[in-house]
Design a protein around this ligand. Structure first.
Ligand code: 4AD
Ligand code: MG
Length: 459
């Protein structure tokens, strides 16, 4: 039976014999004693394995190098040397899979750019081990949070015929012959396509999520999302994961309250449940990370009207590349200035101009804004986008007409406003942006196992 290294170190009994398996991080021999650090991914530091020249375990030592996989049987002992409390005194060592000096992850500090080129091996490095353990724990924490709050988990479709955000960023899904598709009026004839219509990969599960909220009251989705936006930034990926809660009988204030409670829960969870990895990020990636996350877990989030945000940006002494004017969208530079310089922590921006937001957002009585909210955080900028939805059928139809959005393909969405409509609200949290925020990692390519960005889909 293989014992998980993390459990061995936390629950193992000194003097008892255990078998463990993993990959060699380093091996050195000093004065007839071999020191092997082996890691199975369950913790950051792995465990030190020690064997002496006269032990049968030493026989394999010439075959052991960084990167090879081993099975080791030995007894757990108190470590006489500094650096670890306990170590494993090996009785037998079996080389399961050998390695050699070409192994690309030798024991030195590699750049993140280099590690991106070896995305098939980088999970075996310290930083990416920590990132992907955190990512996994946070995903589990998200399900815990919603389960504790009685939200229904719904799987919305990945292949869809509707472009929720209306930004035209759908990746096409088609089985038509790309070189010579059947034509109708000189255009590809999608009625002959697999689904008998034009389809793509979803940009958001919201519209389908709303239908479930109008049956189960409180729901959430957590799934992959795809956007064919050609933006090469450290914050955008073409494939990312999004968490989208939706609440019936809720308004924008309820929406912001949920988002705040949710983010603070995740901050506390990271501090309490991922303390070893968080300490690593604090030391190696962003000094002061722990302090920053602790503050967020405790303080109330600032809530600021879009109009006020514009005024404060205009009054600031900063010079921006993009114009700041009522009616224009906030760019990343503005968002970061608000959250980093003006507020110094997370900030909700509420009630944006209707002309820069999606068709489904609820119109405010001033006639020019919608009940939208973005949550901005230092370093990352926008981490959450959400809104109260337009639940009034006549106003929704009028807004769609104004924007030239056809009613027919969204007949089912409109039906939800015909029968038993109610005020409802929700938001989308970008999962990778959350992981960036909680780890201090600065590039979205370094918090998703195999990033999809323009011209990159190799692994
Ligand atoms: O603001 P967005 O576009 O909102 C929606 O999609 C709504 N339908 C959500 C809802 O109300 N249910 O996206 C939500 C979040 C953003 O705040 C950002 O964190 C993340 O998704 N996001 C991206 N993350 C990585 N790469 C991209 N290209 C992203 N686009 C959005
Ligand atoms: Mg947004």
């Amino acid at each position: 039976m293989r014992t998980v290294i993390k459990l061995l170190l936390s629950q193992g009994v000194t003097g008892q014999t255990y078998t463990l398996s993993g990959w060699v991080r380093s091996v050195r021999i000093s004065k007839g004693i071999a020191f092997i650090v082996i890691n199975d991914g369950s913790n950051l530091g792995g465990i030190q394995v020690v064997t002496e020249q006269d032990s049968p375990a030493f026989r394999e030592i010439s075959r052991i190098s960084t990167g090879c996989s081993l099975r080791i049987c030995g007894s757990l002992v108190t470590s006489p040397s500094a650096g670890q409390e306990r170590e494993l005194r090996a009785e037998t060592i079996t080389v399961v899979g050998s390695s050699d000096e070409d192994y690309p992850l030798q024991k030195k500090r590699h750049s993140f750019e280099y590690l991106r080129d070896i995305a098939h091996l980088r999970p075996r490095s310290n930083t990416f081990g920590a990132v992907f353990r955190m990512r996994s724990r946070l995903a589990q924490a998200i399900h815990l949070f919603f389960s504790d709050n009685n939200f229904l988990y719904v799987h919305t479709p990945i292949i869809t015929a509707s472009d929720c955000e209306g930004a035209g960023e759908l990746f096409r899904v088609s089985t038509l012959d790309a070189a010579s598709p059947p034509l109708f009026n000189d255009q590809p004839d999608f009625s002959q396509d697999f689904f008998g219509r034009k389809t793509g990969l979803t940009v958001s599960g919201q519209l389908e999520g709303e239908l479930f909220a109008l049956a189960f009251s409180d729901i959430y989705t957590f799934g992959p999302t795809f956007r064919a936006e050609n933006s090469n930034t450290p914050r955008h990926a073409a494939e990312f994961w999004m968490i989208e809660p939706e609440m019936a009988f809720a308004d924008l204030t309820d929406d912001a309250d949920l988002a705040e409670k949710f983010i603070r829960y995740l901050c506390r969870f990271a501090l309490e449940e991922c303390s070893e990895d968080m300490a690593f990020f604090d030391k190696q990636i962003e000094h002061g990370l722990l302090e920053r996350i602790r503050k967020v877990a405790e303080a109330d989030f600032v809530r600021m009207e879009y109009g006020e945000a514009i005024e404060r940006l205009q009054k600031s002494a900063a010079s921006f590349s993009y114009p700041v004017e009522w009616g224009l969208d906030l760019q990343t530079e503005h968002e970061r200035y608000i959250t980093e310089q003006i507020v110094g922590g997370p900030a909700f921006i509420l009630n944006y101009p209707r002309d820069i937001k999606a068709f489904y957002m609820r119109g405010n009585s001033d006639g020019r804004t919608v009940a939208a909210m973005d949550l901005l955080v230092p370093k990352v900028g926008e981490i959450i986008g959400g809104s109260q939805r337009e639940e009034r059928l006549d106003l929704l139809i009028a807004r769609m007409a104004e924007l030239g959005i056809a009613r027919e393909p969204l007949w089912w969405y409109l039906d939800s406003r015909r029968w038993g409509s109610c005020p409802h609200a929700g938001f989308g949290l970008g999962f990778e942006r959350l992981v960036m925020y909680l780890t201090g990692m600065e590039n979205i390519r370094d918090v998703i196992p195999f990033p999809r960005t323009p011209r990159h889909a190799e692994f």
